[in-house]
Design a protein around this ligand. Structure first.
Ligand code: HEM
Length: 337
């Protein structure tokens, strides 16, 4: 799949709509299923507006691209792609408050896009769909593929921190654990190895992999599957004890190419064992290893882009709320308690 020319068209539509003040007519939907172009009748400028906002948001802060891609995954894996990752709790019991989401960024960006859409098409475009569209645009704007994103999700209004603790695999997962976490969401080994390519962009805090460097088995040892040179670099960036500001230190997950959505993640994993044990675990299964090796040596990203698009669309179908289920609310991050 090559990088198509659709986004500039979408952007042009958004701008044209904004200039002439075209507002979408609110007509009822006929079908209760996810589909590309779900908002064509009710808010035809939705995708263009999301793209235009994403363009502006990433211009201001390019580090939000990986965060917004990650947000779609964290939303979908916890009670389905229902926007519940945006909900807040005064008691600290929302998904947002769970350990895997403490490093999540981009909530304000989603709210900004939502606010813009609310002025143009009130109560029409769900937060879950905005997250899905933002993830696709984040990939494209990081020089990755463009793909048709399905929409039509509605938003949930329940958020439970424990669900996020339980449903998101920790970074020290082995391949058996990873397969278990993904198979309960109907995702295959191929989907895993393809979706993990998302770690081609973005950064991680030292916390997520420090154990690999200093105390892998509890005997003050290093993970033997991690390349020694790479481990040395990581130890410099992430000391054994990290107080104060050092806690905020972040390292690229795909060094040298951390802002470009490309195949170098697979070369990195093959050469070094990857940043997280879960990345390295791809080498411990014949099928996922074979894919890593093939993509690491591929001369073009076309096959990967196609696989990635298919896997993202599939992940985006996870336990969605359709039709009369769920809601479309004016603000994504409302307090539930
Ligand atoms: C077993 C599965 C996975 C594990 C254990 C995992 C773990 C992690 C961890 C620990 C971080 C670093 C967070 C931080 O410290 O700031 C991270 C970042 C990231 N993850 Fe994953 N991840 C997994 C799967 C995925 C999937 C399926 C996607 C996308 C479809 C994804 C996309 C990302 C992105 C783009 C970032 C960078 C975020 C940023 O720079 O703000 N991850 N992941």
């Amino acid at each position: 799949m090559s990088r198509e020319r659709r986004p500039p068209l979408a952007l042009a539509l958004a701008v044209a709509a904004a200039v002439v003040g075209v507002l979408a007519a609110a007509s009822p939907r006929a079908e209760a299923e996810l589909q590309v172009g779900f908002y064509n009748a009710t808010c035809p400028i939705a995708e263009g507006v999301v793209f235009a906002e994403m363009h502006a948001i990433l211009h201001e802060d390019p580090t939000l691209a990986p965060s917004l891609l990650r947000m779609h995954y964290h939303d979908c894996f916890v009670q389905g792609c229902d926007g519940s990752i945006m909900l807040r709790s005064r008691r600290g019991t929302a998904e947002r408050d769970a350990t895997p989401n403490r490093s999540m960024r981009g909530y304000d960006a989603i709210e900004r896009i939502k606010a813009r859409l609310e002025t143009l098409c009130p109560l029409t475009v769900s937060c879950a769909d905005i997250i899905a569209m933002a993830a696709r645009d984040a990939v494209y704007l990081s020089k990755g593929p463009w793909y048709g994103v399905e929409t039509g999700r509605r938003d949930g209004n329940v958020t439970v921190a424990e669900y996020a603790e339980n449903d998101l695999a920790p970074p020290d997962s082995n391949i058996v654990d990873v397969k278990t976490f993904f198979s309960v969401k109907s995702l295959t080994a191929k989907d895993i190895v393809v979706l993990f390519g998302s770690h081609s962009i973005g950064t991680s805090h030292c916390e997520a992999f420090r154990k690999r460097l200093y105390n892998f088995t509890g005997a003050m040892d290093q993970d033997p599957s991690l390349d020694a040179g790479y481990a040395r670099q990581l130890r410099k960036l992430c000391p054994r004890r990290h107080g104060g500001r050092g806690r905020r230190t972040k390292v690229p997950m795909d060094p040298g190419s951390g802002f470009t959505f490309d195949l170098s993640y697979y070369r990195h994993v093959l050469a070094t064992g990857g940043l997280f044990q879960s990345d390295g675990s791809l080498l411990h299964d014949a099928a996922t290893r074979g894919y890593v090796e093939r993509m690491a040596n591929a001369s073009s990203p076309d096959e990967y882009y196609q696989d990635f698009a298919a896997a993202m669309v599939k992940m985006g179908r996870t336990d969605v709320l359709l039709d009369s289920l769920g809601e479309v609310r004016a603000t994504c991050g409302v307090f539930v308690d």
